[in-house]
Design a protein around this ligand. Structure first.
Ligand SMILES: Nc1nc2c(ncn2[C@@H]2O[C@H](COP(=O)(O)OP(=O)(O)OP(=O)(O)O)[C@@H](O)[C@H]2O)c(=O)[nH]1
Ligand SMILES: [Mg+2]
Length: 291
């Protein structure tokens, strides 16, 4: 799957016998793979104990146990609110500049339309001048309706209009892009509170989901972003983008363990189809170089 899982695979190469030193080296390798130091130590230790207990002395066997331990880590995340289901869904995409929010909004719209849904894209990034046009271009290409206001407008008002459009029969899932900034944390919180109020008053029964978009290539920095956003606005899950490039992916385990945040989708490229639902078992196995 990635260069990093190849490293894990090579590390536990055929014929490798498992000495204490191997587990120390593994700790370093996990840190390199965007695991935090504490998590890496703990995991290497757990693996060492499990190999001993199960009398596993070869690399291949160790990787199988590693995958199980990793999957268990991922299951510590809270259960994801699925974007699919009956009634109106409102999906808000949050995240810092350039992580891929707008692209992901388009990918989700395409995916959901392919699943028989009627998505509406809401141009909630009114901050950056080109953002509205960027979303409109996606909407035109995909044949998906885009609700937009002027540059500088109020994002909550955009969501308001999108909800009205949906309720008038125009759609059953709203995917709202937002501006990429969090340095002004209080502004973000205020902006979201306003959107929350709109949803509460206009679409009380809607499934309202806040996904944080994180760029996988930013490694541990992604975890720091998640901490800040989660604390500020309580997010429901993560969409990890740019997993196609040099991303290592260990941060996914920290998101689950440290913040109980589930990853919902993995994005692996710039094309509309480059998005797939996240599966814990598959991810753990891929990370361990098993598949
Ligand atoms: N390789 C790769 N590139 C991606 C992926 N997702 C987004 N991109 C690219 O990342 C860049 C930024 O994407 P945007 O969708 O504009 O990001 P954004 O978060 O909306 O950015 P701002 O609106 O400026 O905050 C673009 O060049 C995208 O094509 C992905 O999964 N893989
Ligand atoms: Mg954008």
């Amino acid at each position: 799957m990635s260069v990093f899982s190849d490293k894990i695979k090579n590390f536990f190469g055929i014929g490798k016998t498992l000495s204490g030193e191997v587990f120390e080296d593994l700790t370093d390798l996990l840190v390199e793979g965007d695991f935090g130091a504490a998590g890496a130590y703990r995991l290497a230790d757990e693996l060492k104990d499990a190999c001993k207990k199960e009398k596993v002395a070869d690399g291949e066997g160790a990787r199988k146990i590693l995958a199980k331990l990793l999957e268990a880590m991922l299951l510590k995340a809270k259960k994801a609110v699925p974007p699919e289901g009956g009634g109106l869904a409102i999906i808000l995409l949050l995240g810092v500049n350039g992580v891929g929010k707008t692209t992901t909004a388009a990918k989700l719209a395409d995916k959901m339309r392919g699943e028989g849904k009627k998505p509406i894209l809401a141009a909630g990034d009114t901050f950056r001048a080109a953002a509205i046009d960027q979303l409109k271009i996606h909407g035109e290409r995909l044949g998906v309706r885009v609700v937009a206001h002027q540059h500088g407008g109020d994002p909550a008002a955009v969501v308001y209009d999108a909800v009205e459009a949906a309720q008038a029969g125009g759609g059953d899932v709203i995917i709202a892009d937002t501006a990429g900034r969090m340095h002004t944390k209080s502004a973000l919180v205020e902006e979201l509170k306003k959107i929350d109020r709109i949803v509460e008053s206009k679409a009380k029964d809607a499934r309202y989901i806040k996904y944080l978009v994180l760029d996988a290539t930013t490694g541990r920095n992604a975890l720091a972003q998640a901490e800040i956003f989660h604390q500020a606005v309580s997010i429901d899950g993560v969409i990890l983008t740019k997993f196609d490039s040099s991303a290592k992916g260990g941060v996914v385990f920290s998101l689950a363990e440290d913040l109980a945040l589930p990853v919902i989708f993995l994005c692996t490229g710039e094309k509309y189809g480059d998005i797939k639902p996240f599966d814990s078992k598959t991810y753990a196995e891929e990370f361990s170089g098993l598949v």
